[in-house]
Design a protein around this ligand. Structure first.
Ligand SMILES: CC(C)(COP(=O)(O)OP(=O)(O)OC[C@H]1O[C@@H](n2cnc3c(N)ncnc32)[C@H](O)[C@@H]1OP(=O)(O)O)[C@@H](O)C(=O)NCCC(=O)NCCS
Length: 323
């Protein structure tokens, strides 16, 4: 029997050109570069002045198509993970499909900062069942539009950007030596949704609202849940941190990342960290970090990689893949 794996055949990303440093932020809210660096690791964030979520996603997708040596006509399906869609309807995925002339099916998913990990899981299932042969998965976020720029508890944490993977169904033998997605593990604890949410929405207040968060509690849940999910997915395959070549987590806070890496017994040399440059770009953070690590010649074809993410919902999950 043929075994199908979802192989990553193209990577792309896009960051808006405007950069806001911690020092610049400290001129408008009561904060400091020292406080932000110490508590989060963040040094700067990219902010979109005019580009929408779809426009940033289009640029990331075009870069992924170039990387994969493919044309948009080679793509069967497009999934966009975002919490900041351009329009209430249609989906951002259909706006991007229209611009790129992609003819396959297209839809958005909403899983906040876990969006890319949820998206990889959905894409993997669609490829394995033969619903599509090549999927373009994009994480794109214009979080600057849902930030209260007067709230120092949240405005220092987030940034804008987009990242994309092209995934292709590929015949494999069904072992951990295969290239592609090897396993995924998704979780949610809806009882905790109140810890991180927007103050409004289209069907309630008629506005998007702004992000409100109990930072200390979100931090506590993130540390616990991300350690557990990372250990669980490794355990399912009798792996330990030693077997992993690279850990590419959602980039929300350097202290959360360090804590998971420590519990897995990973040295900092195996951890990809971009939160200092990008801040938290939600569903875009993993593909942005992944592509940067490949460009810097850290991550190479054939490496065993662990991804994890936690976000509003609360949602969280992990993905094990061989690049
Ligand atoms: C937000 C976060 C950085 C705060 O760090 P912390 O060490 O937990 O800080 P606390 O919440 O204990 O707040 C300590 C103090 O700093 C203050 N503070 C908050 N933001 C500040 C800022 N940007 N600058 C200066 N002081 C700030 C608080 O008002 C508080 O002051 P108080 O004690 O007088 O009330 C941290 O909780 C965190 O990263 N949480 C997870 C957030 C996250 O990643 N969310 C997205 C998940 S996908």
């Amino acid at each position: 029997m043929t075994f199908i794996r979802s192989k990553v055949v193209g990577l792309g990303s896009y960051l808006p050109s405007k950069v806001i440093s911690n020092n610049e932020l400290s001129r408008t809210v009561d904060t400091s570069d020292e406080w932000i660096r110490e508590r989060t690791g963040i040094v700067q964030r990219h902010i979109s002045e005019t580009e929408t979520t779809a426009e940033m996603g289009i640029k990331a997708a075009q870069n992924a198509l170039i990387d994969a040596h493919l044309l948009s006509s080679d793509i069967d399906a497009l999934i966009v993970a975002t919490s900041t869609p351009d329009l209430t309807l249609p989906s951002t995925a259909t706006l991007i499909a229209s611009a790129l002339k992609i003819k396959g099916f297209a839809f958005d998913i909403s899983a906040a900062c876990s969006g890319f990990v949820y998206g990889l899981t959905i894409a993997d299932a669609l490829l394995k069942t033969g619903s599509a042969r090549r999927i373009l998965l994009i994480g794109s976020e214009r979080l600057s539009k849902i930030i209260d720029w007067t709230d120092r508890n949240t405005c220092v944490l987030f940034g804008d950007g987009a990242g994309a993977f092209i995934l292709e169904a590929s015949e494999a033998i069904g072992s951990l030596a295969d290239e592609g997605i090897l396993d995924t593990l998704l979780c949610a604890d809806a009882q905790e949704y109140h810890l991180l949410h927007t103050s409004g929405g289209i069907a309630s207040t008629g506005t998007s609202g702004v992000i409100q968060m109990n930072g200390r509690e979100v931090f506590r849940h993130a540390v616990m849940k991300l350690e557990d999910v990372a250990l669980e997915i490794l355990k399912r395959h009798s792996l330990t941190g030693d077997d992993i070549d690279w850990f590419i987590p959602h980039q929300a806070n350097a202290r959360i990342i360090d804590s998971t890496a420590k519990r897995l017994g990973l040295s900092s040399g195996k951890v990809i960290m971009t939160v200092h440059q990008h801040a938290n770009t939600s569903a875009a953070s993993i593909p942005l970090a992944f592509e940067q690590a490949v460009k810097e010649k850290k991550v190479k074809k054939g490496d065993l990689i662990l991804l994890d993410a936690m976000g509003a919902g609360l949602t969280w999950g992990a993905v094990l893949l061989r690049y």
